[in-house]
Design a protein around this ligand. Structure first.
Ligand SMILES: [Zn+2]
Length: 428
């Protein structure tokens, strides 16, 4: 009974199509991009068809009326996107059913294309991958860039006065004033933030200083000191980084011993076990931050050379405990010799303190400019789909990026060719 009815319908259908020839499905082409999987059926004529979905498991069914396959359809070897498998079967004697096993349920979109000079008739089915589209509009003011955080550490403090000059100037006092000036300078800089590790005249152990820096996610640790030596003639600035293999000179070793003695003055006995653990950590992760420390130290030293005499023209290495932070690049600046009467006088001068702060600040900045990637800023990007009327320079302006960078990340050649619908990466 059922058979008779369906035959009847078929006859009616066929008669309405004036007994058109059978549709031959020649091939299916599958293309995937980040948003869609596109199926293109190449057919002999515009196909009469029906598309629907079945759940559990997710399937997409395409029923072609009065159609047959020219050859077996097959999936590409590494199907991407949403399709898992493809099956075909004849249907109702004259029809053809194509089943796509999908990874999940989606809403398909389809349309047919008439034959052109270049290609035959086609049925196009778009299957969205279900991935959220990136929103192209990002307000420049909302660009989230993690600021470069600098921990400014004024040496000594409280019961530990540090070195002192012949005229009674205390290291802990002058370095605190320099640290304040440096912090203010950095805080005026866009995308940079500085904080004082020691906020007043009190004692902090050396290990606590680096812990504070780490807790506040510092990208750089700058410890500020004023040098002292047995001879009043010693003068000039030096910049130090941590040495794993021992001090680079005898004087550096002597200095390191004196600066490290601060913890004993404060009555805090450092645990030897911590040192063993620290050295393991250092081996694991310090090489990267060591490189950064070395680069910053070089830049700072260079800027010191512009304002006065250098005690040593190269970056010194010493085993300062305060620099033993495995993950935070750290430098120690001996700004001048407080034991030298002329330098003691200058260290007290607010103008000279500002000069010193400025030299350190400039050094940090030129490092930042040269090594932006090492800067630890989260590099974010978004995308922009080219619409009619878009120009590269307008897009660069819209997102506040340079035209040069926009072209570079999108590998756009000199002729500035962009196409409508093209997806551009916008580096933020
Ligand atoms: Zn010191």
């Amino acid at each position: 009974m059922k058979k008779i009815i369906s035959i009847g319908i078929l006859i009616l259908l066929n008669s309405s199509l004036s007994f058109a020839a059978q549709t031959i499905v020649n091939a299916v082409r599958i293309r995937t991009n980040s948003e869609n999987t596109r199926l293109v059926f190449d057919t002999s004529r515009l196909p009469e068809h029906k598309i629907f979905q079945l759940k559990n498991p997710a399937r997409l069914i395409i029923d072609f009326d009065n159609a047959k396959l020219a050859r077996k359809l097959s999936l590409p070897k590494n199907p991407q996107g949403i399709i898992k498998n493809i099956r075909t079967a004849p249907r109702n004697k004259q029809g053809l059913r194509v089943v796509f096993d999908l990874k999940k349920n989606i809403k398909p979109k389809s349309f047919v294309l008439k034959a052109t000079k270049k290609s035959g008739p086609r049925l196009v089915v778009d299957l969205p991958n279900g991935l959220k589209r990136k929103v192209a509009v990002v307000k420049t003011s909302k660009r989230k860039i993690k600021p470069f955080i600098v921990a400014v550490d004024a040496g000594h403090g409280g019961k530990d006065p540090g070195a002192h000059g012949r005229h009674g100037t205390l290291e802990k006092v002058v370095v605190f004033q320099i640290a304040q000036k440096l912090t203010n300078l950095i805080n005026k800089q866009a995308n940079m933030k500085a904080f004082m590790v020691r906020k007043g005249d009190y004692f902090i152990s050396l290990s606590a200083r680096s812990q504070i820096a780490r807790r506040k996610n510092a990208d750089l640790f700058i410890s500020i000191h004023a040098d002292a030596f047995t001879s009043p003639k010693a003068s000039g600035a030096s910049v130090f980084t941590l040495s794993r293999r021992g001090a680079s000179s005898e004087a550096a070793k002597w200095l390191a011993n004196n600066e490290n003695a601060a913890d004993l003055i404060g009555g805090v006995k450092l645990n030897d076990k911590d040192d063993i653990l620290a050295s393991v950590l250092l081996d694991l992760s310090q090489s990267a931050s060591q490189n950064i420390s070395q680069m910053v130290a070089k830049e700072v030293l260079e800027n010191f050379g512009k304002i006065g005499k250098l005690h040593s023209k190269t970056v010194q290495k010493a085993g300062f405990r305060v620099l033993k932070s495995p993950d935070v690049p750290s430098i120690l600046v001996e700004t001048a010799y407080i034991s030298n009467p002329e330098e003691e006088r200058r260290l007290k001068s607010s103008r000279y303190q500002y000069k010193i702060a400025k030299a350190i600040h400039k050094g940090v900045l030129s490092y930042a400019k040269k090594h932006t990637i090492a800067f630890n800023t989260t590099i974010k990007e978004t995308s922009h789909r080219i619409a009619s009327g878009d120009t590269l320079s307008a897009i660069a302006l819209k997102y506040g990026v340079s035209l040069k960078e926009l072209k570079k990340v999108n590998m756009i050649a000199k002729n500035n060719t962009i196409k409508i619908g093209q997806l551009l990466i916008i580096p933020l």
